[in-house]
Design a protein around this ligand. Structure first.
Ligand SMILES: *Cc1c(COP(=O)(O)O)cnc(C)c1O
Length: 359
């Protein structure tokens, strides 16, 4: 095994997903398991499916193709607007895609027709976060086009909040989604099947006793993998926050002054080093750096402080010996980068199936 590595507890992931699914079932909301932070890792996708997600979602066609190659047959949504240059791959591997552009939807229709398949369309609506989405006033015209085009199935509407501007899902923007559904149903005489009310940031709204209206689906990644909600990054009751840990190895361990000496200029990453003088301290270096993860997104174990990081080094206040290993809790940013680094390996474990109790 190469080091550093991500230690991935499939049972804890399954437990987290299952608990969220149970809680959301009570308000009539299904869960799409979002695999993008894991790059569509098939064993993790399988754990989500065991937990009872209604389908999988990923923002990248490469990840969806990897899951299909691993013989995952569950419904998979492409949750980022398809690239025009990839429509053939999208209709081949994804059951449905999230869309906002007529040109893309037309090309999906042609590609689906050539492939002899029907491709599902969910239209994304802009509700204030200013990432993807049609302006609400343009939704009805787009539904009309989707219904007209061959080999497409209009499956529903959705929205995405919080990711770009930090706009919180609340009673008002979520109610707007329900109003749009009702108006589409009235205009076109159909029943909208999927009303996808956002990502992990929508959990507080959904589980906070709100009127969930017509929203019947959430797309969850972070809450399942990290056990916390992304608006205030608070742990969710009953969920494991340590389902995925990032482990690195100590390559230097010395007593050093806490203050650098010499003329202070910029660091490798353009920062100015500031350190409080604590006298001599135990300093350890781990073989992991900015190329492998986001050091600002790592939580060290109690008693260890992160002092700094460069491309390949993470410096901590610790007397850990050379060769010893330290496990950090990654946040979303740190996890995303670690999963994507070719230098970080993955170790799957199962901590003991069904009777898991979270700390
Ligand atoms: C990433 C993403 C999600 C999942 O977000 P989490 O915060 O990980 O739950 C859901 N929907 C869309 C469109 C996304 O891009």
């Amino acid at each position: 095994m190469t080091s550093p590595w991500l230690e991935i507890d499939l049972d804890k992931i399954e437990h987290n997903a299952n608990l969220l699914i149970e809680r959301l079932t009570c308000c009539g909301i299904s869960v799409t398991g979002v695999t993008k932070v894991t790059l569509g890792f098939p064993e993790i996708a399988a754990a989500l499916l065991r937990a009872g997600v209604c389908g999988l979602g990923d923002s990248r066609i490469e990840n969806i193709e990897a899951m299909r190659r691993a013989k995952i047959g569950a419904p998979i949504s492409l949750i980022r607007s398809p690239q025009l240059s990839q429509v053939e791959r999208v209709v081949r591997s994804a059951d449905l895609s999230f869309n906002t552009e007529l040109e893309v939807i037309r090309r999906l229709s042609s590609a689906a027709t050539s492939a002899g398949r029907t491709h599902g369309i969910v239209l994304m609506v802009e509700l204030g976060d200013l990432r993807e989405g049609l302006m609400p006033a343009d939704l009805e015209d787009m539904v009309r086009e989707v219904l007209r085009l061959p080999n497409l199935a209009f499956r529903g509407i959705g929205t995405n909040l919080a990711c770009r501007s930090g706009i919180a899902p609340d009673a008002s923007n979520m109610a707007e989604l329900s109003v749009l559904v009702e108006s589409i149903e009235e205009t076109f005489g159909l029943t909208v099947e999927i009303i996808s009310g956002g990502n992990s940031a929508s959990l507080q709204w959904a589980l906070g006793g709100a009127v969930t209206g017509r929203v019947n689906n959430l797309r969850l990644g972070e809450a399942i993998f990290l056990g916390c909600e992304p608006l205030h990054r608070q742990p969710l009751a009953g969920l494991f926050t340590d389902a995925i840990m990032l482990v690195a190895e100590v390559i230097e361990s010395k007593i050093k002054p806490s203050r650098p000496w010499g003329t202070i200029a910029q660091t490798a990453f353009g920062e100015i080093h500031t350190a409080i003088d604590q006298g001599n301290i135990p300093q350890a270096i781990l073989a992991i750096g900015r190329q492998d993860t986001d050091p600002d997104g790592l939580t060290p174990p109690a008693g260890i402080d992160i002092l700094g990081a460069s491309s390949d080094h993470l410096i901590v206040k610790s007397d850990a010996a050379v060769g010893s290993e330290i496990a950090f809790q990654p946040n979303y940013s740190a996890l995303l980068r670690a999963m994507t680094s070719p230098f970080v390996s993955r170790v799957l474990k199962t901590s003991g199936a069904s009777n898991l109790k979270s700390a």
